[in-house]
Ligand binder design. Structure first.
Ligand code: MSP
Length: 527
């Protein structure tokens, strides 16, 4: 099936993670798990951006050595990713030796290409963005993203010939390089204004915390130039070992970099230009997602509405948090978080929707298993054809392939309501009362159909809700670890599974999602 290399941005080690950082990482995890499930050799990278003025200043304010400071923050991020069940294959940090080597090697390539030169420059620098700003980018003299007045800098720095790549970049946007389309349009608008060369170093006195320019120790490499190269570092670029170059050859180019909208231009303009300069292939896709607001407002420390992802996991459980992020925060546009909406979604979709359906079906399977044992065939007449299941399955796969994971979840939940309605219409409990053999056969057919549907749903939710998926498989009578080893194609047999052999092993446990009642009290449904 081939390889799949997916990345998150590397997060600034200037503070603790919030729900926005959790979101991008969870989103990447959905794709990583989906691709593994469908037989790909996945490399999923996340990590920390640990250099730059902001981090240096915060560490100094806290009277800490910058390295100790970033080590501590990296631990918090790692713990968060554990709590969120993230399956990253590597965790890269820009203060690591392997990265410093990669950055120096990359710089040299661009320099040899003639794309780096020295120039005196005066400009406005926003430390929050770690970027130079033009007067027109500001609102009433302040950076709109950080509400801060940029600092005026006047220095002699190294510059990168970004302008040289203007034409080549223009061509990029006719393809599907940036997803979704309107994010590509935003980049085209920037290109229309014309790209200027960018400063890619600072004097050591102004920025003591970073990677020195090769052969000019008085200058430190600009934090974005340093940070973007992490995507190469982690797959072996710059490494001396044979295994490094093999890894690089195998995994590069990245299949998708997933980033928030505010850093689109660094990934869709600067990064491809840097790669072209260094003579390295471009990533295949930049997937740009919107921002999470809280009760309709931008998250900010000053407003005091920053949501701590650790708290959410503690309160609702990791599966519910992952579900909300997948379903309610579609990557294509901004999404909103509110506790009320979270609890509404949890109860409607997880406790009632999925949880209730599964509980109902397992209850029937236990009660009427004799019918299946006696008359059990998969398809027994109208409405029980496998094509009903395939229809939802196909849509789910297509959405995933198009990076639309909230739409993939929509397809699963439409399938769930289809099954709910079907149970209500077919009334298996009435068939069970009948002594007519035809009714017993219908009941067996129905149960097989419902169980097959649950089995499929357990796979469909796996990238999002891996623990629930395992629980479902176990309650359906399977060995979850063994099932995970299966070849993906074999999980949807052409003629449907017969639950004849396994029905005796079905054992309904506790409801997979108890109803969420209030802050402290939880009750169980279906008791
Ligand atoms: N260090 C840079 C990225 C370098 S990548 C080579 C950086 N770091 S960051 O810590 O600020 O993280 C930014 C990313 O976190 C965003 O692009 C996005 O993925 C995520 N989010 C931060 N706030 C967010 C929201 N409010 N909503 C959604 N995602 C957000 O930028």
């Amino acid at each position: 099936m081939g390889k799949f290399y997916v990345t998150t941005p590397i997060y600034y080690a200037s503070g603790e993670p919030h729900i926005g950082h959790a979101y991008t990482t969870v989103l990447c995890d959905f794709f990583a798990r989906f691709k593994r499930m469908t037989g790909h050799d996945v490399f999923f990278l996340t990590g920390m951006d640990e250099h730059g003025s902001k981090i240096y200043r915060v560490a100094k304010e806290k009277k800490m050595e910058p390295q100790k400071f970033v080590d501590d923050i990296a631990e918090v991020y790692k713990n968060l990713f554990k709590a969120l069940n993230i399956t990253n294959d590597d965790f890269v940090r820009t203060t690591e030796e392997r990265h410093k080597v990669a950055v120096a090697a990359f710089w040299k390539r661009c320099a040899e290409r003639g794309d780096i030169y020295k120039k005196k420059y005066t400009g406005l620098y926003c430390v929050g963005c770690e970027a130079f700003k033009k007067a027109k980018d500001l609102h009433q003299g302040l950076c709109p993203d950080h509400n801060q007045k940029p600092e005026e800098l006047s220095e002699e720095n190294y510059f990168f010939k970004l302008n040289r790549y203007q034409r080549a970049l223009e061509k990029l946007f006719s393809s599907t390089f940036v997803v979704p389309k309107d994010r590509a349009r935003e980049m085209e608008a920037i290109l229309k204004e014309g790209l200027e060369d960018v400063s890619i170093s600072r004097h050591r006195d102004a920025l003591p915390w970073g990677i020195p320019v090769p052969e000019d120790e008085s200058q430190i490499i600009y934090v974005w130039f340093d940070a973007l190269i992490n995507y190469l570092t982690a797959v072996g670029f710059g490494g001396e070992k044979k295994s490094d170059s093999e890894k690089f050859k195998y995994f590069w180019p990245a299949d998708v970099h997933i980033v928030g909208k505010e850093i689109n231009r660094f990934h869709s303009l600067l990064w491809p230009a840097m790669l072209m300069s260094a003579g390295i292939d471009l990533p295949k896709t930049i997937l740009v997602h919107g921002w999470i607001t809280v009760n309709g407002q931008k998250m900010s420390k000053t407003v005091g509405n920053v949501i701590d992802p650790f708290d959410l996991v503690k309160k609702y459980g990791v599966e519910a948090v992952r579900y909300y992020m997948g379903r309610e925060l579609p990557a294509q546009r901004d999404g909103d978080f509110s506790y009320a909406r979270f609890e509404e979604r949890y109860n409607a979709d997880l406790a009632h929707g999925l949880g209730n359906l599964f509980f109902r079906i397992l209850t029937m399977a236990e009660k009427y298993k004799e019918a299946v044992e006696k008359y059990g065939v998969f398809s027994d007449g109208k409405g029980l054809e496998l094509s009903h299941i395939e229809n939802y399955w196909k849509r789910y796969l297509e959405h995933f392939e198009n990076y639309e994971c909230s739409a993939a979840l929509d397809a699963v939940w439409e399938f769930i309501s289809f099954l709910d309605k079907m149970i209500n219409n077919e009334k298996p409990w009435e068939l069970a009362k009948s002594s007519d053999i035809k009714d017993a056969e219908r009941l067996a057919g129905l149960l097989n159909f419902f169980l097959e549907s649950c089995y499929r749903i357990s796979w469909m939710i796996y990238p999002f809700l891996p623990e629930t998926s395992d629980k479902m498989l176990v309650q359906l009578g399977f060995d979850a670890a063994e099932e995970r080893k299966r070849n993906f194609e074999s999980i949807y047999p052409k003629s449907g599974r017969q639950f004849l052999g396994t029905i005796a092993k079905i054992s309904k446990g506790e409801p997979i999602f108890p109803l969420y009642v209030s802050d402290s009290a939880q009750i169980q449904i279906n008791k």
